[in-house]
Structure formats: structure tokens, C-alpha cells
Design a protein around this ligand. Structure first.
Ligand code: HDD
Length: 715
């Protein structure tokens, strides 16, 4: 074949442009709809400047070595229809890189989402700890990752599960990681049992089902045999297992930690994160619908709220206890991670505030590659002998080495400390630093003796001397190894938790047990589940036994009545409505001005209006956010009916919002939807009036989370 037989589109290289012409990219430039969003730096703050500095978005496509690529859509072939040539290094490099794009997902907490923010200390902890980031007015950049525990990376957000709440503080004294959960107790007292509880909770190994669910035999087999899991199981079955939003979730450090003050005095603390928006949960039916309608609901909710300027905030607090050798407070063993200390006995003192202000720029680089380790500590914060925490001190570094491909994961930008690093660690997989000099050892003279040891009195991390209980023997049983009977008490705190809830909350918990145990195939496991329940509360066991069609067993443990802790219920107070969404239902006759007026009032109250209509596009100049084909009630916290289009999807929207206790308002013809659905216009959380009155009432209803009085007898 000669050159003139080859069609011009296959000639290689393509015909060069004339010398004076600009490069192809400069010729074309980005189209108006291809302009990138604002640039953000590692902390999420916008970077001013030219979009061409953004990694990978320079004007010219290149190979990884920087050679220009003219055609990335066609492989080099022997003739127009011939086989592909091995010589095409761009083809091979492009596909080889793609073949290696995935890293192992986290063994637990694989599904997560994260945000950048800032932590500001109020100084209240300054007398307790020498940690400088807790001194008055200290501001520390943070990266926070929220997660579910059991599901794979691609699983739904709204499943029933514990949620991870991991905070990385980039302090001037090194990175401090507080790797906590939204539930203050844990399934096990000893880390050695972690593989057991996770193997039981993860999908069953023969068919790998169910995904991201605890409603299956292996989970209930384990927790009913291993009764120290009762407390955590109760929290999981309660509304805490179904958060409405990561923004409305409490966080807990779970373990007791030790704070060390400047003068060496120590105290024991439990860490708490309290959301300014209140603790709020979804209803079970909502979570099921959302998992199908929008499996990314929590991820989207957090990112949208931050992008819209509704930075979520949490107060950081500590419960403080005297550091005694017994580690006991009011009879509660502080080294037992299956126990809480009620806030009524030890109030939570606020020591600072966390504010999440920016979304990650790249999910993989930041959210996926972030590596938390409970061993990332700063001077002034120490671990205790809690046997669960002690095992975690080993596990996280170990897992990062296999997950992130070697020991240099701390050099990944998201993990890089904001403090000088002079560790003398060298080489290893994915080493990206170019360390100069020869003296990677101590002592040395060739490096001028550097780095010097940090001073004990100043910046060094030095464990404070604490008494070690006399080792009488190597013991494996928890109760003996920490010398406390509290470890053997598995029911008094779940009972206290249950009795601290409102009747409505208790009913949710009873229904959750009925569902989960009902999904178990083994009757023996169901019976053990009832045994667990009757040891906590007779009425609860009675209800679930009825649902399962089994007899209620007799308790095999005494019911101990601790004082209820009202702080454990979610049903109190009213809260800011920041970032809540309200559907504005309109039709083709609705005036654009009327919609804009209501939207402005909602936006001024920091609520997000979303216009819903029969079709997309615009109506009288108002852009439609959701058509009837793309909306479902679970996306909204409230609805304002500005029109009453006759459509079964509108009726369904309002019926679901009614059933879920959401705020409903109607203006003018909008009231016809309520009439069709048989909804009482005077019911709690329902308002029919003029636009101004309805908007005001809707905001009040939103601040109370739901119209509880409509859906719960005792609210
Ligand atoms: Fe864990 C991840 C929280 C006990 C072993 N854990 C992980 C994450 C959170 C927690 C929030 C996700 C961090 C992220 O977003 O990247 N884990 C807890 C809490 C525990 C706990 C609050 C008890 C109070 N964990 C625990 C034990 C062990 C582990 C007892 C092992 C002995 N956890 C891991 C892990 C993970 C992890 C396998 C998986 C991915 C990772 O560490 O980075 O090492």
C-alpha cells in the first residue's frame, strides 16, 4: 500500500497546521459550557488565578511523560482496518493506568464522604491539656470523613448502621485523629473480637448477601451469643441507626482518653460532637425509599449544604472524670467501651466548635486516600488501657499499609501534617520525597547532629507516667483483666437507654427488632434475640415475640433500673433549619413573582426551595428544579403547595409527607391537593393560609424537625 491509498483521516501525524496558526487548543479555546468551576486548594479554600494552573487542565493533552498527544480516541493500527500495533505506547499506557485505578476499599467504613473545615477552640480545655490546638482561639484546619460501617463503597447511604465520624486535625504539633462513631458504645469490649463482629455483620460469605444490612442470621447469631453487644445493638436499632443527615448527627470518641495539662496533672475524658442542627433521624420507610430513589442521599446532602453556604457546625465537648487508678466513675468502668456515662452525671463541657466549609476537590485523592489512625496523637492527649482502644492502636496503621500500598501514605497530600516532619524514615513503596544528605540516622555528625531530639518539657510527645496495675497473671477475660464487674453487666445500660426514649422512639426500636429478627431464617437465633430483649424490657420482648409469632422467654438476668437519661432522647428542642429543602409545587398558571417572593423568604431563613412542576424548563421565568417524573417526597423536608395540579404523583407526594410528619403548607388552589388526599387542614404541621403566613409556619414546623404530634401518640 502506498501513502496515497490511505484515507486522509488515518494519516499519522495529522496534517500540521500552518506555522503561524495557534495550537488547536488555543484556536478553539474552551466552549462557554466547558468553563471549569473555581479552583480550590487542599484546605478547600478557593485559589485565585488562572484555570490553566489546575492540575491536568492545561491546554495540551500529553502522555504521563509530557509528550503531546494528538489523538487519544484511536489506536495505532496496521492500516485502516488492520490489527492494533504493540508500538502504540499511548494506548498501552492509557489502559494500563486505568487497569490499576482501584485500590482496596476499607475493610470497614468503606462507604463514606468527607469535607474540609476549621476547628476553633474556646480555651475551656486549656487547664486540662497542653494540646496547643485546644488553647483559646486556636484555629486548626480539619478534614472530616463520615461513613457507614458494613456496606461496600457503592452501597446506599441510608441503611440502618452505625456511622463513622472521623476527624483529622492538622495541628501545629502534628496530626491528631479522633476516629469516632455516631454511637457512644461499641459491640465488643476487646479488640481481639473485631474480626468476629465484622465477619458476622458483613454480607454472608457464601452468596455475599445482604449488602449493607444487619438484618441477617450471622449478625444476630453473633450479637445474641455475645451479649456484651446488647447496648450497641439497641443503639443501632433505635433512630440513631437512621440519621437524617451527617449534619444532624452526634459524634463520640467512645473510649475514655487521658488529657495531660501543662503541669503534668491528668484527667480522664470522653469526647462528644454536638450538632448545632440537633440530632435528627429518618423514619424507616423514608430510608428504604431513599436507598432506591437516591442512594447517595447523605453524600449529596452534605456537599449541597456546604456548597450552598450552610456550613454545618458541631460543638466539641468533654465529659471530665478524675484520673484514678480504678478508672471508675459512679460505678461505671471508664475502660468499658460498651458503657456510657449519662450526661446528667457528668455534663458535656464545650471546648470548641467545628465548622465544615468546603467540599473536597477530588474524591479519590482526599476522601478515599485519607488515612485515620487512633495513634495520631499530639502532646497533651493520651490513650487509656481500654482493651478495645489498645487493639485499635495496632490495626489502623497496619490497614493503611495494605490499603494505600506501603508505608509512605503520610506523604499523600490529604495526610500530610501541617507541622515539620523530620522522621528519618526512608525509601519504601511510593516514596515521593527527595531526601537530601546522607545522615538518615541518629546520632550523627555528618548531618550536623540534626534532627535533634525534641525537648521533653516542650514540644515532644511524652507519655505521662501512670500507675500500671500489678500483673497477677496473663488473663484473657475482660472482667478479670480490668478488675471490674461492670464489664460483665450487659443489660442495665441498654435498659436505661430504652427507658430514656419517648414512646414513639421506643416503638421505632421495637419495629426495628421485629424486622431484623424477622429476617433471620433460624428460629433458634430469633429465640435468643427474644432472650436478649426480655433481659432488657418485658414489654419490648412481648411486642417483638408477637411479631415473630414465638413465645416470650423468661428473663435470665435481673432487670436493674438505672435513672433514665433524658439527653438520650432525640425529641427535644427546636433547631436551626439551615439547608433544609422545601418543595414549591406550582403549575403553568402560577405567577413567577409569587414563587420568587416565597423563595426569597425561605432563602433568607437559610432554607433551600426547590420548584416542582409537571415538566422541566421554566414557568413564568422560574426554573423548575424537579419535574413530577424526577421528584419523590423523601428529598424534601416540607412542601408548599402554591397550586393544585391533578396528578397522582402530586397526591403521592403529599400523602408520603403527611405520613412522614413533614411540614405541609397550602396557598390558594394548593388546598385542593389536601382535600383530595383527605388531609385535615388543622392537623399539626399543616397550614392553609396566605403565602406569608404559610411560609412563617412552615419554618417553625421545620425547626421542630417533624410534626411529631401528627405521627406519635405521646409527642
Ligand atoms: Fe475502626 C476504620 C471507628 C473499633 C479497625 N473505624 C474506622 C473508621 C471509623 C472507625 C470512623 C473509618 C475511618 C475513615 O473514615 O477512614 N472503629 C471505630 C470506632 C471503634 C472502632 C469508634 C470503637 C470504638 N476499628 C475498631 C477496632 C478495630 C478497628 C476494635 C480493630 C481491631 N477501623 C478499623 C480498620 C479501619 C477502621 C480496619 C478500616 C479502614 C481504616 O481503618 O482506615 O483498621
Amino acid at each position: 500500500m502506498t501513502d496515497h491509498d490511505i484515507p486522509s483521516e488515518f494519516t499519522h501525524p495529522p496534517t500540521p497546521p500552518d506555522e503561524d496558526a495557534a495550537t488547536p487548543c488555543e484556536q478553539a479555546g474552551p466552549a462557554p459550557d466547558q468553563q471549569g468551576p473555581a479552583l480550590r486548594g487542599p484546605t478547600g479554600a478557593p485559589i485565585p488565578g488562572d484555570a490553566s494552573v489546575r492540575a491536568q487542565q492545561g491546554p495540551r493533552l500529553t502522555t504521563p511523560q509530557g509528550a503531546g498527544v494528538a489523538d487519544t480516541d484511536h489506536a495505532l493500527k496496521a492500516g485502516p482496518r488492520g490489527p492494533t500495533l504493540l508500538q502504540d505506547f499511548h494506548l498501552r499506557e492509557k489502559i494500563t493506568h486505568f487497569d490499576h485505578e482501584r485500590i482496596p476499599e476499607r475493610a470497614v467504613h468503606a462507604r463514606g464522604t468527607a469535607a474540609h473545615g476549621v476547628f476553633v477552640a474556646n480555651g475551656a480545655a486549656a487547664s486540662l491539656t497542653r494540646a496547643k490546638f485546644l488553647a483559646a482561639d486556636a484555629r486548626t484546619p480539619v478534614f472530616v470523613r463520615f461513613s457507614t460501617v458494613l456496606g461496600s463503597r457503592g452501597s446506599a447511604d441510608t441503611v440502618r448502621d452505625t456511622r463513622g465520624f472521623a476527624v483529622k486535625f492538622y495541628t501545629g504539633e502534628g496530626v491528631y485523629d479522633l476516629v469516632g462513631n455516631n454511637i457512644p458504645v461499641f459491640f465488643i469490649q476487646e479488640a481481639i473480637k473485631f474480626p468476629d463482629v465484622i465477619h458476622a455483620g458483613k454480607p454472608e460469605p457464601d452468596r455475599e448477601i445482604p449488602q449493607a444490612q444487619s438484618a441477617h442470621d450471622t449478625f444476630w447469631d453473633f450479637v445474641t451469643l455475645h451479649t456484651e453487644a446488647t447496648a450497641h445493638t439497641f443503639w443501632n436499632m433505635s433512630d440513631r441507626g437512621l440519621p437524617r443527615s451527617y449534619r444532624m448527627m452526634e459524634g463520640f470518641g467512645v473510649h475514655t482518653y487521658r488529657l495531660v495539662a501543662e503541669d503534668g496533672t491528668t484527667s480522664l475524658v470522653k469526647f462528644h460532637w454536638k450538632p448545632r442542627l440537633g440530632v435528627h433521624s429518618m423514619l424507616w420507610e423514608e430510608t428504604q425509599m431513599t436507598a432506591g430513589f437516591d442512594p447517595d442521599f447523605h453524600r449529596r446532602d452534605l456537599a449541597d449544604a456546604i456548597e450552598a453556604g450552610f456550613a454545618p457546625e458541631w460543638d466539641f465537648g468533654v465529659q471530665v472524670f478524675p484520673d484514678t487508678p480504678e478508672h471508675l466513675f459512679e460505678g461505671i468502668d471508664l475502660l468499658d467501651p460498651t458503657k456510657i456515662v449519662p450526661e446528667e452525671l457528668a455534663p458535656v463541657q464545650t471546648i470548641g466548635t467545628l465548622r465544615l466549609t468546603a467540599n473536597p476537590e477530588n474524591f479519590f485523592a482526599e476522601t478515599e486516600q485519607v488515612a485515620f489512625c487512633p495513634t495520631h496523637l499530639v502532646p497533651g492527649i493520651e490513650v487509656t488501657d481500654d482493651p478495645l482502644l489498645q487493639g485499635r492502636l495496632f490495626s489502623y496503621l497496619d490497614t493503611q499499609i495494605s490499603r494505600l500500598g506501603g508505608p509512605n501514605f503520610t506523604q499523600l497530600p490529604i495526610n500530610t501534617p501541617h507541622a515539620d516532619v523530620n522522621d528519618l524514615f526512608r525509601d519504601g513503596m511510593h516514596q515521593s520525597a527527595v531526601h537530601p544528605g546522607v545522615a538518615a540516622y541518629k546520632p550523627n555528625s555528618l548531618g550536623g547532629g540534626c534532627p535533634y531530639a525534641a525537648s521533653f518539657a516542650g514540644e515532644a510527645y511524652v507519655e505521662s507516667p501512670t500507675p500500671i496495675p500489678p500483673p497477677t497473671a496473663k488473663l484473657r477475660t475482660s472482667a478479670n483483666s480490668v478488675g471490674s464487674v461492670s464489664f460483665a453487666d450487659h443489660y442495665s445500660q441498654p435498659r436505661m437507654f430504652y427507658r430514656s426514649l419517648t414512646t414513639g422512639e421506643q416503638q421505632h426500636l421495637a419495629d426495628a427488632f421485629s424486622f431484623e429478627l424477622g429476617k433471620c431464617q433460624s428460629e433458634a437465633i430469633q429465640r435468643r434475640g427474644l432472650q436478649m430483649l426480655v433481659n432488657v424490657d418485658d414489654g419490648l420482648a412481648d411486642y417483638v415475640a408477637g411479631q415473630l409469632g414465638l413465645d416470650k422467654p423468661a428473663p435470665n438476668s435481673d432487670n436493674v433500673d438505672l435513672a433514665p437519661s433524658p439527653a438520650l432522647s432525640q425529641r427535644h428542642g427546636s433547631f436551626p433549619v439551615d439547608g433544609r429543602t422545601v418543595a414549591l409545587l406550582i403549575d403553568d398558571t402560577t405567577s413567577g413573582d409569587a414563587v420568587r417572593e416565597v423563595s426569597t423568604a425561605l432563602e433568607e431563613a437559610r432554607v433551600r426551595p426547590m420548584v416542582v412542576a409537571a415538566h422541566g424548563g421554566t414557568i413564568d421565568g422560574v426554573p423548575v428544579a424537579r419535574s413530577f417524573a424526577t421528584m419523590r417526597s423523601v428529598e424534601f423536608d416540607g412542601v408548599l403547595l402554591l397550586a393544585g395540579p391533578a396528578d397522582p404523583r402530586v397526591d403521592l407526594l403529599v400523602e408520603e409527607m403527611w405520613r412522614h410528619g413533614k411540614a405541609i403548607g397550602a396557598v390558594g388552589t394548593g388546598a385542593s391537593v389536601l382535600e383530595r388526599a383527605g388531609i385535615d387542614a388543622d392537623a399539626p404541621g399543616v397550614t392553609v393560609a396566605d403565602a406569608t403566613t404559610v411560609t412563617g409556619t412552615l419554618l417553625t414546623d421545620l425547626s421542630e424537625h417533624r410534626a411529631w404530634a401528627r405521627i406519635e401518640a405521646d409527642a
